[in-house]
Design a protein around this ligand. Sequence first.
Ligand code: IVH
Length: 673
Amino acid sequence: MVSNAVLSQVEALREQLNHHNYLYHTLDQPEIADTEYDAIFQQLVRLEAEYPELVVAHSPSQRVGSVPLEGFQQVAHQLPMLSLDNAFSDADVIDFDQRVSALLDTSSSIQYACEPKIDGVAISLLYEQGQLVRAATRGDGLTGEDVTQNVRTIESVPLILRGTGFPEKLEVRGEVYISKSVFTDLNIQQVKKGDNPFANSRNAAAGSLRQLDSRLTANRRLTMYCYSVGLVEGGALPGGHFEILEQLQQWGFRINPLSKVVSGSRQCIAYYEQLGQKRADLNYDIDGIVFKVNGLDLQQQLGMRTRTPRWAVARKFPAEQGLTRLNAVEFQVGRTGAITPVARLEPVQVGGVTISNATLHNFDEIERLDVLIGDTVVIERAGDVIPKIVSVILDRRPENALPILQPETCPACGSDLEKSGSEVALRCVGGLICSAQRKESVRHFASRLAMDIDGLGEKLVGQLIEAGLVENPADLYDLEFDRLIDLERMAPLSANNLLQALNKSKLTSLQRFIYALGIQEVGEATATGLAHHFGDLQRLRIADEETLQAVPDIGPIVAEKVRHFFEQSKNNDVIDRLLESGVRWPDIAGSDQEKPLTGQTWVLTGTLVVSTRAELKRKLQSIGARVSGSVSSKTDCLVAGENAGSKLAKAQALNIKIIDEDELNRILTENKP
Ligand code: IVH
């Protein structure tokens, strides 16, 4: 039996440690020396060793990591983790602000929260009754990985919340990173151990978070800044973004002290410039500034696109540049046969990353740059984007510089190349006989945002194609263990893992499947639009161009590509085989097809009295309408509340149906789902 005295001693030690942890990690204002902290820590460790029954998951002693995992569990985010649109110039920031004002129908200055954009790894922390219960990576925004064990070792992440008043369920989001000083130190250690140094601190942070052995993570000294909340249940938060951050800090989260609220685009630009000056002195890497509309009610009104909110933008710092020599140009064949010239460069460090390849886009670009092999070129790298050649230093052109010749036939299969219509790209006409196109289409099919076949990366796809085991995506599901283990470097365990991953990928969603098909011009957003509109693959397969153009955001070009794709018998054969192999998806619950306002675009404007705008938007969506922020010729109906302004005038000019809030409520009641 543990005596009450021991119990309260343990609790007092934990409270002290949590308090000093908060002062040190969250507020950056320690009150005691490290040695004093260590002494208290050791006292707790000793008592917990003596009375193991007192150990609890949220004890400050439990940050050292625990037994290695076999793999990470998938976590579905209840609210998607969005990414941000980019602004590359002051003009882009002004445009953003004007767009926001127009959508909100206001002429007064918008309040923006400004924050440094940390170049780390996004994380979601879930607290229930004030205790950290789960930490997950962003993944593709909808599904991430459970990295709770690893995140528990990060000292700036509270294991239990301080104070009171927090919601029963609270999801906090932010960026995990490694500070510059720790990063330098870590790389010295890596080299000493004979391991490769990390290319940059973001890779180091990402790698550390994905360790199966959390004891290794604990040694990496990760830290985190929180920048928003996700799910909130059983409690309320303040009505402004910045005010929420202040509240989070009270509960123990580390918040960037440079965050600030400003008014209008001019002050946003000034903040960006000030931070640009300070950038080099910060102890962490930032790649830009994030501007967020501060009012949560306004954020709600603005809503989001597929993956990005309309209420925020990231102003990126200018790309970093370097000088190097162009050694050669090779030609890559893409999924749809487009030939892309790729520059092979003398390796050079740009912004802490070694660059040895850059894209040259197409032959028009080569001509525009007037670049020759052997030239000294300026290359630029902006964040994640593939580096590109921006100009040539003509003064340094060597005498033996050579012109870059257009290939006459496909470098992969020898087929003819053609340039169709207004397209700039040169394309291989080989289609499925071209191994490069086959490889790219299978790789795309397996990729994370498509069928998400774990472990089926570029190398393995190449092997499967070269061995003749796979020609198109449908062949993947016919792969057999005995053939797989004949491949070079394929152990029985990996073969089994691949087969399991293939099996698992069969249960997907209609939008992923459509995206995976790799139809020209059909990216993720278009695939989602098609899935929601048609709700069913068969309907999409027989749709004519006119029907396709009724889908929001699909114009004649995309409609033509989609119809063309589904007219090809070889594509239909592949699709039929995929379905026969068991590729399937849940029915889209009451798809748009059966709803009263399917295919219609509605706009809400003015002051709505009976319900909030967000509520009406949700109700309209539930009966199939798309609710847009602006009036255009595609708008079917405008709901005008009191004091409606420019949108009402525009709708009148375009002869669009206009109704008031009462009329809308009548329609909603009549059509209740
Ligand atoms: S807000 C809906 N704030 O940048 C907005 N993101 O491109 C979601 N990031 O995935 C993000 N610092 O990992 C936000 N102060 C900040 C940020 C930040 C870094 C990262 C984050 C996100 C990516 C978006």
